[in-house]
Each structure stands twice: as structure tokens, then as C-alpha cells.
Design a protein. Structure first.
Length: 507
């Protein structure tokens, strides 16, 4: 189905007037069917919040074929038009300094500039115009939710080429608050650049080529100053705040091409294909690309400032060989009911439900701790560990609809209502439940041969009997030892006031 745009809705007469005013043809209709690019909530937060790093990185922005088309257009433009040496400084102090900035640039204010630069009105450089539209569409989403940024509908594009002889661009901000006019930051009419978008066109880039864009993250109360290097690979788009994100281009030893106008990997799934959290987490684990750590967390969790450094530091304090940080934190209600309590919670056994599945609860301790506390149990809603866990204990993609065992136990709602329930989902859910009961030696009814070899098996680090003894649970009889109900601690170590326990589903 074609995606309607404002240009699509214009009559042919109005389109002709628009083309006349621009001095170029409007883009082909194929662009109207392109997927609309948007910033997701995490990206919007990273660009909008003053305490955030202030930048995001989007790989595979246009797709390889479109990216190569932009690259070819830039190469053609470079053959027809003279690129000028970039300058540094501001106002009357604007000057060239190859040691500080070694690239050559060409500015484009409007689509007409492309035709004027080539002297050929039949050449529209549609690939570059398509890139500009997609970037503008992306930034428009930021404008809608960030009125305080005062973003205007004024865009200027700089085409830049680094010759590959060790050329660089030293550490700088794209806009200085006390600067009124310079080559980079002021477009026209005194408007100052607020958001910078850099799109890379370097095909077959290798690390030894250099040219990374290095972001210098500012020091905060919880984080030391640090750096983040972005490889200038083909079809990579970087978006950052111009005023407060300090950055530099590291020396380049191979020709580097970019258009200046986080790393997140996403797998999009139609809601009608959803099959429960076990399947979703198995799919998420397939996105792993060698990162050192693995965080699994519910989507509604809040993140404290410096959360990543905090978790890595806490993980390093654990004395066991394969530690996992896990618990279920205090609840909150936006916008105002947000707890400020920093005391930890510990997972404890609660009871077996009517399906024979163990329920857990999290209980708050009376005081804060200086190091992680051993836990008998594990919560899927928050778990941080080495990424080796993905290979050693992966999620089983065959356990479909496992989430639907659970009930919400606060009495407000249950998960027994399933508007999209089908016979297939019911069979999948029952099969998953029966298999897990088999693993836990709980009374089950399915044919054992039916499940044999179909699913993953229990690990070999310890026997199931020793595991049950360790946590104080007998899954077959439903017996729960006293120590399991208190996480292997003395009850006096917990804050027993009401509303300090958080019930959990069995998943």
C-alpha cells in the first residue's frame, strides 16, 4: 500500500509550481512508497535529555543500494565541481589550517544548488535529495517532542571528503553558544545549527583506514569522562546535538566521504506473530554480535544515570565464577510516584500456584549493601551477566506462549482473557507447560516420547536433586523450606512493612 506524503496530494499544477520554485524536478514516486523512518523513544530520549550522551548511531540507514547511489552521486559531483578547503574559526578569524582540519567541502543550501553546481539542470541527483528527505523526516520526529530545542525548518548540507593522507578534524563543537557567525554553524539569517547529522559513504571500510568519528562524552556525577568511536562505514548515520557534543575526526589513511546534514539493533515483529517472552528473548539473543555483557530487562524498567558502569562494577564484585545480577526492583507509577529508596530487593519463594508452578516475590532489605548478595532465585525481568550466558544457557525458542501461565496477582486483572487465542496457541502453550513440568519432575500428562529430543535439556553443572536442595524447593511435592521463603536470610534483615514485596510471574 502506497504511503501518502504531502507532495503526493498536490495536483499536477501545484507540483509544477513547486518544481519551478525549487529549480529541480520533484523526486520520483518510488520514494513515496519508502518506509517512513522514525526515531524510537530511546533515541528521542538520547537526543533530547540534557543529561544523556546526546548522540545516536543508525546503521543500515538507507540500505546498501540507496547508499551506493548517494556515493556515486557524490563522486559525480566531485568530478564536476571544485570542493573548497574547509576552514576553522569564526567571523574575521575564519582561516584554513590543514593540521587542524584537512577535508574539502561543498555546501548545499537547496536542491537548486545541486543543479547550479553542475550546470546541468537535467541532473537532479535524486539519491542525495532522497537522503536529505529521509534525514529531515527523522529529525522532524525530534522537533515534535522537543519544542524547547526550537528547531526550525532550515536545513543545510555539507559534502565533505578527506583525502586519506592522515587528514583529520581536531576536537570541537559544531556550534558554540557565543559564536554568531562561522562557516560550519550558521546557515543564514543568524540561525545556529542545533542538530548535526553525519552520513557515511565509505564502502569496504577497514579499521586500519582510520577516520573514526570520536565522541568525547562529558563527565557527570556518576560517570567519568570517556570516548566513543564511530566507524565511518557506508550507510551509517550519526545524529547528535551540535551545541554540547564534543567530537573529532581521527586521522584518515584512505579517502573518506561523508554528508553532514547509538548503536541499536532491532528486530521488528508483527504483533500477530507474537509467541510469548521466551520466543522474543530467543530472537533478541540472536542479535548478539560479540558484546562482552548481556542485559535482559523488562521494557517498563527505569534506568539510573550511569547504570551500565554501575552494573559492570557490581558484577566484578561477585566471587562466583559465573555470576548473574538479578532481582525485581520496586515498582513505580509515572509521573510522580517514583521511589527514591536505594535499598536492594532479594528474590524469595512465595507459593505454588494452581498450575503447579513456583511463584516468586521480591522483598526489600532493611539497609543498603556494599556488595551483591547471593540469591537462590533468578528473575527474567532483570538479569545482567557475561554474554557467555547466551551460549551456555540460551532461551529455548520452542517454548511458545509460556508467558500465559501467569496471572497478575494484585487482583486487578488476569491473563486468562486472550482475545487472540486460537487452538494453535493453546496447543503450543500446553505443550510448553507440560515440557517444563517434565523437567521439574512435576506431575505431567504428555507422552514423554513426544517431547524427547525436541527441547533443550537441563545443564550439567549440578544434578537436579542438588539444585532443589540448594534452593530449598521440592517441585514434585510442592514443599517450600522456610529459608527459601526468606532467600536464605534471617527475616530480621528484611523491611516487613506493607507494600515492600513485589509478586512475580513464574516466567
Amino acid at each position: 500500500m502506497e504511503t501518502k506524503t504531502l507532495l503526493n496530494t498536490l495536483s499536477s499544477q501545484l507540483q509544477a509550481l513547486v518544481e519551478a520554485s525549487l529549480g529541480t524536478k520533484l523526486p520520483p514516486s518510488a520514494t513515496a512508497t519508502a518506509i517512513k523512518l522514525k526515531l524510537n523513544p530511546s533515541e528521542l530520549f538520547a537526543l533530547k535529555h540534557p543529561e544523556s550522551p546526546g548522540f545516536i548511531v543508525k546503521e543500515g540507514f538507507l540500505g546498501r543500494q540507496n547508499a551506493l547511489a548517494v556515493r556515486n552521486a557524490l563522486n559525480e559531483l566531485a568530478q564536476r565541481q571544485t570542493f573548497n578547503e574547509a576552514k576553522v574559526g569564526a567571523g574575521g578569524k575564519l582561516h584554513s589550517d590543514r593540521a587542524m582540519r584537512g577535508d574539502k567541502i561543498l555546501w548545499i543550501q537547496t536542491p537548486r544548488d545541486l543543479d547550479h553546481s553542475t550546470g546541468d539542470k537535467s541532473t537532479s541527483f535524486g539519491a542525495i535529495l532522497h537522503l536529505q528527505r529521509q534525514v529531515e523526516s527523522l529529525v522532524y520526529g525530534l522537533k515534535k517532542v522537543s519544542s524547547e530545542l526550537d528547531l526550525r525548518n532550515v536545513v543545510s548540507t555539507q559534502l565533505a571528503m578527506f583525502p586519506g593522507n592522515g587528514a583529520r578534524f581536531v576536537k570541537h563543537f559544531d556550534t558554540y553558544s557565543n559564536v554568531q557567525r562561522d562557516e560550519c554553524s550558521v546557515i543564514r539569517d543568524g540561525l545556529v545549527r542545533l542538530i548535526t547529522c553525519v552520513y557515511y559513504l565509505n564502502d569496504q571500510w577497514e579499521p586500519e583506514h582510520g577516520g573514526h568519528l570520536r565522541i568525547h562524552l562529558k563527565e557527570s556525577k556518576l560517570l567519568p569522562a570517556c570516548q566513543w568511536d564511530v566507524p565511518p562505514k557506508l550507510d551509517t548515520l550519526m545524529v547528535f546535538r551540535s551545541l554540547d557534543v564534543e567530537h573529532e575526526v581521527l586521522p584518515m589513511y584512505c579517502e573518506r566521504k561523508a554528508l553532514t546534514i547509538c548503536k541499536i539493533r532491532v528486530r521488528w515483529v508483527d504483533y500477530r506473530q507474537a509467541a510469548g517472552p521466551c520466543v522474543a528473548r530467543a530472537q533478541a539473543q540472536k542479535l548478539w554480535q560479540g558484546e562482552e555483557f548481556y542485559l535482559q530487562i523488562d521494557s517498563h524498567m527505569r534506568f539510573r544515570l550511569g547504570w551500565d558502569c554501575f552494573l559492570i562494577n557490581e558484577l566484578g564484585k561477585c566471587v562466583v565464577s559465573k555470576p548473574i545480577l538479578t532481582t525485581y526492583p520496586l515498582g513505580y507509577t509515572l509521573p510522580s510516584q517514583i521511589p527514591v529508596d536505594c535499598r536492594p530487593t532479594l528474590l524469595c519463594a512465595s507459593a505454588f500456584d494452581e498450575l503447579g508452578m513456583l511463584r516468586q516475590t521480591s522483598k526489600m532489605l532493611t539497609k543498603a549493601l556494599t556488595e551483591p548478595l547471593p540469591s537462590l532465585f533468578w528473575a527474567a525481568g532483570f538479569a545482567f551477566s557475561s554474554s557467555k550466558m547466551i551460549a551456555e544457557v540460551p532461551y529455548d525458542e520452542e517454548l511458545r506462549f509460556l508467558f500465559f501461565w501467569g496471572r497478575i496477582v494484585d487482583g486487578c486483572a488476569t491473563l486468562d482473557f486472550r482475545e487472540l487465542e486460537t487452538e494453535e496457541t493453546k496447543q503450543c502453550r500446553d505443550a510448553s507447560a507440560q515440557y517444563v513440568k517434565h523437567l521439574l519432575r512435576v506431575n505431567w500428562t504428555s507422552n514423554k516420547e513426544e517431547c524427547k529430543g525436541k527441547y533443550a535439556k537441563l545443564g550439567s553443572e549440578r544434578s537436579f536433586d542438588s539444585y532443589q536442595k540448594h534452593i530449598g524447593i521440592d517441585f514434585a511435592t510442592g514443599d517450600i523450606e522456610w529459608r527459601a521463603e526468606w532467600g536464605n536470610l534471617d527475616p530480621i534483615q528484611f523491611d516487613l512493612k506493607p507494600n515492600t514485596e513485589k509478586p512475580l510471574t513464574p516466567v
